[in-house]
Design a protein around this ligand. Sequence first.
Ligand code: HEC
Length: 186
Amino acid sequence: MLSAVGAVDYVKDVLPIMKERCWKCHSNEESVKGNLALDDFDEVRDFQIGPYNIIRPGNPEESGFLEQLKLPPGDSDFMPRKGDPLPESEIKLIEKWIAEGAIVDAKKPSEKEAAFMAGGKAPVEDEKLKFHTWTNTEGRTIEARFVRFVDNGVTVVMRDGKSYVVPMEKLSGDSQALAKRLAGVE
Ligand code: HEC
């Protein structure tokens, strides 16, 4: 089911979960561990949400915040520390929130959030941060992130962090076009 961007937002949907499960250790109201105050919305928006932060709009797979909730409870990074894992339904909701742009308060959006909600680009949409599917001339595919355009080729990095230079002539037409688009050399 498709829903409008911002239909799920932090204040309305995620905050109640945080209040119940994270407040003791992550709120100015009680105490702030790991420099994470979930009741300071401006801070959450400015410092926890972003393309390189723990909440990556449009990119739940790479959001450390979500990852920590999904870890096995014995893991030292698992959250909530000393608590039971969040139920699947709550994790799914947080995932949806991040996938839909991690809007903090749909009623009081920042400029970027408002632009996004009006149908523009994701607040921090950056295609270069995403994993794309690349196809070679033999029809084989890999999942990798674009790094840079080099002489006659493209440097990509795989999910395991290894990077490769793929010669342009080894890529399918579509993947060549993708590389050029990401490099801005259309
Ligand atoms: C009993 C206390 C406690 C509870 C409850 C708790 N946390 Fe934490 N959390 C911590 C501590 C302590 C750290 C710092 C960990 C460290 O530095 O090793 C931390 C760190 C984090 C971090 C990493 C912050 C960063 O930028 O590295 C995230 C994300 C996080 N917690 C999310 C949550 C969420 C979401 C919840 C509720 C579902 C939660 N925590 C519940 C104690 C708690």
